[in-house]
Design a protein around this ligand. Structure first.
Ligand code: ADP
Ligand code: MG
Length: 695
């Protein structure tokens, strides 16, 4: 066997060979170096292994045992059951899907490790546990007190004989025979200051940790590298933007803004005034603005955006104002269009449901430059939409758009200014990483007179009382939303649905009220009509799915009931709550939960009813769910963070940002270690990411 180096092709590692090497290559694993970055998905940890006789309900554990029996159970729901047995006892493992697959997988007498949470139903059981088939060798390893890695699997890998245990054999061989250390690109001073272990140790021990503590130390080092790479990309994009130059210059603000303010039915809040100032200064700069406007639901972001369009129009430039739904785009257009027209500027609306002839007319007027502010949906992105002189791009509810969509609109102008708006506040750590290339403006005040929405949660058996309350509130002049998780009855999930509820409620408790319904499958035109009727007060109750989640503004709505509140995320609940409490009237939200509730669902509901502060909710949401699940992270189009955890690794983000500030500082002379780091980052996967553009 030749010496094993980092660049050695995997084909020559013992136990691989040409056929397996090809399969590994399909997973982007070509060399020893690549394989070392194929990190375990989870671990089998002896400290978690419990004899079956000693499991307890709600306890997350790993058990190891032999398949004693397995087969399909027919009942109210078809399911697959496996009886797993060890020296101490037996437990039932249960799956409600994939029966065929399980049937093929299990053989009597095989050893498995099952990880999951134990429940009790006519005996101890585990529903949908994580499974790993053990050979004698690995079950011994577990029993011998090692923490052993479980690698991410694909069907192709296991078919080629590269299941977790074979990968284990290969990685373990590699570590034993590697003849060179993995070089460390981090300057030793940085490592010392932040107590980060060296890269070789980190990688080796992430595969084969001695204990949990060491695993965490090593994970942190790798998380740091990942964050550093990600932020390098962000810093570079920011530097690129800062070098760009606009070819138009703004005059100082003229009369129109004063006139606009005088016509408003309210005073701008101090938060709104401060942010308008920040935006105007950016517009006047010779470099294009890249700014994110954040604030709690209902703080009044739209009027700030409109004030900006005015300044842009005053300077003879056009604005594209994009919103994620037709309802919202139309709402903006109808609410603000007249005010803009009155000041002498032309507005138009462009959505896909318009007649082709109308779309064509709008597009051609926009191309000639006679439209100052064009409101619209994704329809604005299409190629037939062009601008004569696009000065400002506004993206409302930005989490609903991908990076590509945002940059496509942005590319319709020549370095236009960019303002993106969030639905709810963004946790600081997320803002510093994901949106680290943007300047951030925060509206930190709510319009005066707003009362905090009274929020309670009840179990669904309180529903009749809740309905009575709804009827009473409507009697006092209010309006109500009732939110459902499903459009129609489903075999898969036993959840309340809006269509059945509409039939039932409009002929019973709400018999004397006018009730409307909207959901994703209602035709856009009908949906808009219903919403308009709700806004004008013609409808008392609106039954809806989460299509109404963003932006809808009906200040007269004072009640909201959310069915199956346990199924919604915190940010989403808060966003829904933002539909009420939009005036000086006291509003009430009742979250109806359907037990049994998981621990995390209970925490979420407690937190939700306990605070109305969107900034606090955003932080809690990040902690409870992790960034992958956060509002919009998945759609963002940004590379995923696999190792770093934004809530736990806050300090690493700070450290990485400081380090990058040094690397990017123009005046500073870098020492050779830092120069090496810069070129390492430039050549890393993140550094090679092409310009993401736009937002
Ligand atoms: P969001 O920030 O959630 O997008 P909106 O821009 O939709 O909020 O504004 C919410 C509501 O508050 C709207 O009805 C808007 O007209 C109103 N509003 C905005 N600013 C003020 C203010 N300064 N005083 C009173 N009401 C305001
Ligand atoms: Mg809004």
């Amino acid at each position: 066997m030749a010496e094993l180096k980092l660049d050695s092709p995997l084909q020559y590692v013992k136990g691989v060979g040409p056929r397996k090497a090809e399969v590994l290559a399909n997973h982007n694993l070509h060399t020893v170096r690549d394989l070392l970055s194929y990190f375990p998905r989870q671990y089998l940890d002896r400290t978690n292994v419990v004899p079956i006789a000693r499991v307890q309900v709600d306890q997350p554990v790993t058990i190891i045992g032999m398949v004693k029996a397995h087969g399909i159970l027919h009942g109210r729901r078809r399911r697959y059951e496996v009886i797993l047995e060890d020296d101490s006892g037996a437990i039932s493992l249960m799956w409600f899907a994939g029966v065929k697959y399980w049937e093929r997988l299990f053989k009597k007498g095989q050893m498995f490790a099952a990880t999951g949470t134990v429940s009790y139903f006519m005996g101890y059981q585990m529903i949908h546990p994580d499974l790993e088939r053990l050979d004698d060798d690995s079950s011994q390893m577990v029993h011998a007190g090692r923490i052993i890695p479980v690698y991410p699997q694909t069907a192709e890998l296991s078919k080629a004989g590269l299941a977790s245990k074979s990968l284990r054999r290969i990685t373990s061989f590699v570590f034993d025979h590697l003849t060179e250390p993995i070089p460390d690109h981090l300057p030793s001073t940085v490592r010392g200051q932040s107590q980060l272990v060296d890269l070789h140790t980190a990688i080796q021990k992430v595969h084969y940790p001695d204990d949990r503590e060491q695993l965490e130390t090593c994970r942190r080092r790798l998380a740091f590298d990942e964050l550093l790479g990600f932020l390098f990309m962000v810093f570079r994009r920011k530097a690129q933007k800062e070098r760009a130059v606009k070819d138009h210059r703004y005059q100082p603000p003229g009369e129109t803004l004063t006139k606009f303010k005088n016509e408003l039915p309210f005073e701008l809040t101090t938060g709104q005034k401060k942010v308008i100032r920040e935006i105007f200064i950016d517009l006047q700069s010779k470099h294009p603005m890249a700014r994110m406007l954040q604030g709690d639901v209902g703080c009044g972001k739209t009027v700030v955006a409109i004030a900006s369009t005015l300044y842009v129009a005053e300077n003879g430039l056009q604005t594209a104002f994009m919103a994620p739904t037709e309802i919202l785009a139309e709402q903006h257009f109808r609410t603000w269009g007249p005010a803009l027209e009155k000041l002498g500027f032309r507005c138009a609306l462009l959505t896909s449901s318009l007649k082709p002839s109308v779309k064509k007319k709008v597009a051609s007027e926009c191309a000639q430059g006679s439209i100052h502010v064009l409101f619209g949906t994704h329809a604005l992105i299409y190629d037939y939409v062009t601008f004569d002189n696009l000065g400002l791009v506004i993206i409302d509810e930005q989490h609903r758009f991908g990076v590509e969509q945002r940059s496509k609109l942005h590319a319709k102008g020549d370095n236009p200014d960019l303002l993106i708006m969030t639905a709810t506040p963004i946790p600081r750590t997320l803002a510093l990483t994901m949106y680290g290339d943007l300047d951030i403006s925060t509206i930190d005040t709510l319009p005066p007179g707003r009362k905090i929405t009274r929020t309670v949660w009840r179990t669904h058996d309180a529903r009749d009382k809740v309905y009575k309350f709804v009827v009473d509130e409507i009697g006092k002049g209010g309006q109500a939303y009732i939110i459902y998780p499903l459009v129609e009855k489903s075999d898969q999930m036993e959840l309340e649905n809006v269509e059945d509820a509409y039939q039932e409620l409009s002929s019973s408790v709400f018999r004397d009220l006018s009730v409307g319904m909207v959901h994703g499958r209602v035709k856009p035109q009908e949906r808009d009509e219903t919403l308009l009727r709700f806004r004008s007060g013609e409808l008392d109750v609106l039954l809806a799915t989460t299509v109404i989640e963003v932006g809808i503004d009906n200040p007269n709505a004072t009640v909201m009931v959310i069915e199956h509140a346990e199924r919604f995320g915190l940010a989403q609940l808060h966003q829904l709550r933002g539909r009420i409490g939009r005036s000086d009237k006291q509003a009430t939200l009742v979250a109806l939960a359907h037990p049994p509730l998981s621990e995390i669902a209970q925490k979420r509901l407690q937190y939700f009813t306990g605070t109305s502060d969107g900034f606090a909710i955003a932080e809690a949401d990040l902690e409870l769910r992790g960034p992958g699940e956060m509002f919009g992270f998945k759609q963002s189009g940004l590379p995923e963070l696999r190792i770093a955890r934004l809530s736990a690794d806050r300090d690493l983000i700070e450290t990485a940002r400081n380090l990058l500030s040094t690397l990017f500082a123009k005046e500073t002379e870098l020492d050779s270690e830092h120069v090496k780091l810069y070129s390492f980052l430039e050549n890393s996967a993140f550094g090679r990411k092409t310009e993401l553009g736009g937002g």
